[in-house]
Design a protein around this ligand. Structure first.
Ligand code: B12
Length: 329
């Protein structure tokens, strides 16, 4: 048995949206995936198997017969589904190089279709398949962000209802929360507290920042949206956090927010870094720079800053502590 093969058929059924009967039938007739077997003959599947089965479900739902597509590679399946229902012969597909953009467009379109039909499980399994198919930065920045933006645009235009947006947000929130908290991090790694300040209710950006930091090895404490300064500070102090990440999206003219940010800065040690990101942060640039916080405008910069902080941190903290000890003498 390998580490990759860890999912029982029940989990695979939930994740892919296929019944256990269909999974067994496709395996037997078409060998679409080959699960490992335990000593007691239970099937065990890998993440890649789940991704493949999800694509096969999407392709069959798009009208392709399983018998004709069962042997296609994952890339070919993506291309097939991207061709709006035309059955392309494998030999033709092989000639094509499937670009990442095509795959991303397909996944986003599949997600929007699932949202429009209120199919939470299909949305979940499509996103899960994408999270396996792409690297984490690509999954977060080129799929989740544009997907949420598209949902926002369609909501504004009236082609999606508030209920559609709520369903999508609930699924994305749970998925990112699981990824963020599920990363195996060494206890010796520094702690980062992530939240959105009081009055800020949009939390997906904060979750993306948390997930990004967790992937860099940080221990992330995700507190969720709309938190008073005292609560963020209380958590950061108790955890001995080395950094705090805040997300600001909307509103961009809150008269109380500057004071909340100042309270957070005053409540934490000087060596604790304060990062502020999100599309609305620019509106608070003046206060962000006046309190020595860092406004982050993209995720690559966040990754670079986190890495620099992680390597510098030990020395800086030791200095502050030794100064404090000298002062106490
Ligand atoms: C989901 C959603 C909601 C949900 C939020 C639920 C939740 N739990 O998060 C709910 C229903 C609550 C909501 C409510 C409202 N919303 Co809304 N919402 C959205 C939507 C569709 C998605 C938000 C989102 O997740 N975006 C995707 C994230 C991933 O992008 P991002 O936040 O910019 O983050 C990126 C970066 O900025 C960065 N980042 C973000 N935070 C941080 C933090 C750190 C530390 C770092 C390093 C980086 C970083 O990371 C991300 C990746 O690059 C957006 C559409 C959109 N374009 O975003 C509208 C949107 C933000 N909402 C909007 C509006 C108008 C509202 C309401 C006023 C609607 C209403 N009439 O009631 C209310 C306001 C609620 C309130 N009290 O504040 C507008 C805002 C327009 C504006 N800027 O002026 C938008 C843009 C929709 C639109 N097209 O009009 N909304």
């Amino acid at each position: 048995m390998t580490d990759e093969h860890k999912h029982g058929i029940k989990t695979v059924s939930t994740q892919t949206g296929l019944t256990q009967f269909t999974i067994r039938a496709w395996e037997k007739r078409y060998a679409v995936v080959t699960p490992l077997r335990t000593e007691t003959n239970r099937r065990l599947y890998s993440d890649a198997d789940i991704s493949r089965l999800t694509l096969l479900r999407l392709a069959t739902e798009a009208g392709h017969s399983i018998g004709r597509i069962a042997n296609l590679s994952t890339e070919m399946l993506l291309e097939l589904i991207g061709t709006a229902g035309t059955i392309v012969q494998p030999s033709e597909i092989e000639k094509e190089v499937v670009s990442q953009e095509t795959s991303l467009r397909f996944y986003i379109a599949s997600c929007i279709t699932a949202v429009k039909q209120f199919q939470a499980q299909a949305l979940e399994s499509t996103l899960f398949a994408a999270s396996v198919a792409f690297s984490q930065p690509v999954f977060l920045e080129k799929l989740i962000v544009p997907l949420m933006q598209e949902i926002g645009e369609q909501w504004k235009a009236g082609t999606l209802r508030i209920a559609h947006e709520h369903l999508a947000t609930a699924v994305v929130r749970t998925l990112l929360g699981n990824i963020c908290q599920g990363v195996d991090v060494s206890p010796s790694m520094p702690n980062l507290v992530i939240a959105t300040p009081r009055g800020q209710h949009h939390e997906i950006g904060a979750l993306i920042a948390g997930t990004t930091a967790a992937a860099q090895g940080w221990q992330v404490t995700y507190l969720g949206p709309n938190l008073p300064a005292e609560e963020i500070v209380g958590c950061a102090v108790q955890n001995g956090a080395k950094a705090i990440g805040l997300s600001i999206i909307y509103p961009t003219d809150d008269p109380h927010l500057a004071n909340e940010l100042r309270k957070i800065r005053r409540g934490i040690q000087e060596y604790v870094a304060l990062f502020v990101g999100g599309s609305g942060a620019i509106a608070y640039s003046a206060v962000i720079s006046s309190i020595g916080a860092m406004r982050i405008s993209d995720m690559p910069t966040f990754r670079t800053e986190l890495e620099a902080l992680r390597t510098q941190q030990n020395g800086a903290e030791a200095n502050v502590l030794s100064q404090a000890e000298n002062g106490n003498d």
